[in-house]
Design a binder for this molecule. Structure first.
Ligand code: AMP
Ligand code: MG
Length: 409
């Protein structure tokens, strides 16, 4: 049996580095920037007011008090977006709005709250410091400065600064296109009636959701029955839509393990056993003329889910232009004992809780009671996977374990 790390490396070896493309800003949200973006301008582009008030010469108000306010004639009204040149000489002022360009001559803005709000003359009842309420050109971004580094995932804040420096499109690694296909003669589309021995199909929905959470464009093809020709035809028809194919089911030792049978014949897909539980049988390789990567996951829903988190997720990260890191881990105290088969790494569903006892206290993790690889209810409740190493077969309550945090989606 292969180790988990060997299999991760093998599947990552299938993945070529992604090619950048230019995407419209909103389409780029959630993708990874391929080249640094610098600003062609300074931000702010010009000195402007940070408040609604009056642009003044600060020296004119040196003597202003509540008992002896200073009155100034208001010679202009400057709104945000006004472009015309305005100059104010000593002894005068201009009404100014937030974001409006500071008139030449002015060296401070008096907030409207310090005044009587006059429109022809204004009374100011206290002095103002030079520079008050002025946003200077370039105090946010200098012309030519890098505003978003290459390799950064574009979130809402990055999208804001990219627009603010005038970008409509940016060079990014596009969202990987993931195609999900399940197999199984027993499967029925949710919403349709079940016959005897049949079950509602869940893996393709779960895997599509997980791939979507992982920042990909997903095409859920649904499922096909256990027929080799149908599986091959369906995969072939899906190739043009896929940067990576993910299948579930039909990869173990049963009599109708259709994915294994179909793809073994291709010669480009390998079926292997990984020293883990759940998720021991795994298939991986390429299909079609463009050598599209394929990961063939086991059909038990929890096995498919764990396989996704451990193997597919790093693949998708690499395709997105991110480091193919495993899920982040923390160390936590088990609240109840667990067992694990010898020689295999277990990934048990768990629920983490932050400990309230002091700053260096560890979180606790409660392993799910139902750990069967068909038991989806525990998976839905879980926020983490407890990792039990290959050489450990049991751990008591109170043991400190490594825990992978599941993505929040
Ligand atoms: P297989 O790997 O195809 O032998 O399937 C293993 C178990 O997982 C069987 O109990 C299947 O019924 C179940 N299973 C396989 N595929 C799916 C699916 N897409 N949705 C729900 N259960 C499935
Ligand atoms: Mg099956």
């Amino acid at each position: 049996m292969k180790t988990v790390e060997q299999h991760v490396n093998d599947v990552l070896g299938l993945i070529a580095p992604p090619e950048p493309t230019e995407l419209d800003l909103l389409r780029a949200h959630g993708t990874v920037l391929a080249e640094a973006v610098t600003s062609p301008v300074s931000l702010p582009g010009f000195d402007n007011s940070s408040m609604d008030g009056y642009a003044v010469h600060a020296a004119d108000l040196a003597s202003a008090t509540a008992d002896a306010p200073v009155s100034l004639p208001v010679i202009a009204d400057i709104a945000a977006g006004d472009g015309g040149p305005v100059a104010i000489r000593p002894g005068m002022c201009a009404r100014i709005m937030t974001g409006a360009p500071l008139p030449s001559g002015a060296d401070a803005v008096v907030p409207v709250e310090w005044t009587d709000g006059g429109t022809t003359t204004v009374r100011v009842d206290r002095p103002v410091r030079a520079g008050n309420a002025i946003r200077r050109a370039g105090d946010d971004v200098r012309e030519g400065a890098e505003v978003v580094r290459a390799g950064v995932r574009i979130g809402a804040g990055e999208t804001g600064v990219l627009a603010a420096v005038g970008r409509r499109t940016v060079p990014v690694f596009p969202r990987p296109r993931v195609v999900v296909l399940s197999t199984g003669e027993e499967l029925v589309e949710p919403g349709r009636p079940l016959g005897p021995g049949q079950i509602w199909e869940s893996n393709s929905y779960m895997l599509a959701a997980a791939a979507h959470d992982a920042g990909c464009d997903v095409h859920r093809h649904g499922f096909v029955g256990d027929d080799v020709a149908t599986v091959l035809d369906t995969l072939e028809g899906l190739l043009t839509r896929a940067d990576v194919l993910v299948t579930s089911g039909g990869v173990s030792m049963g009599a109708y393990d259709v994915v294994k049978e179909a793809l073994t014949r291709q010669g480009t897909v390998e079926f292997t056993q990984v020293a883990m539980q759940p998720g021991k049988p795994q298939g991986f390789g390429t299909v079609g003329p463009d050598r599209t990567p394929i990961l063939a996951l086991p059909g038990n829903p929890v096995s498919a889910f764990v396989s996704f988190q451990v193997f597919v997720r790093p693949v998708l990260r690499k395709l997105r232009g991110l480091d193919p890191d495993p899920l982040p881990t923390t160390r936590a105290i088990l609240t109840s004992p667990v067992t694990s088969p010898p020689g295999r790494r277990s990934f048990l569903r768990g629920v983490l809780a932050e400990s309230s006892h002091g700053p260096d206290a560890r979180p606790t993790v409660a392993p799910a009671v139902r750990q069967g690889s068909h038991q989806l209810s525990a998976l839905a409740d879980a926020d983490s996977l407890v990792v039990v190493p290959e050489d450990v077969t049991e751990l008591p309550a109170g043991a400190v374990v490594e825990v992978m945090r599941l993505p929040e989606g």
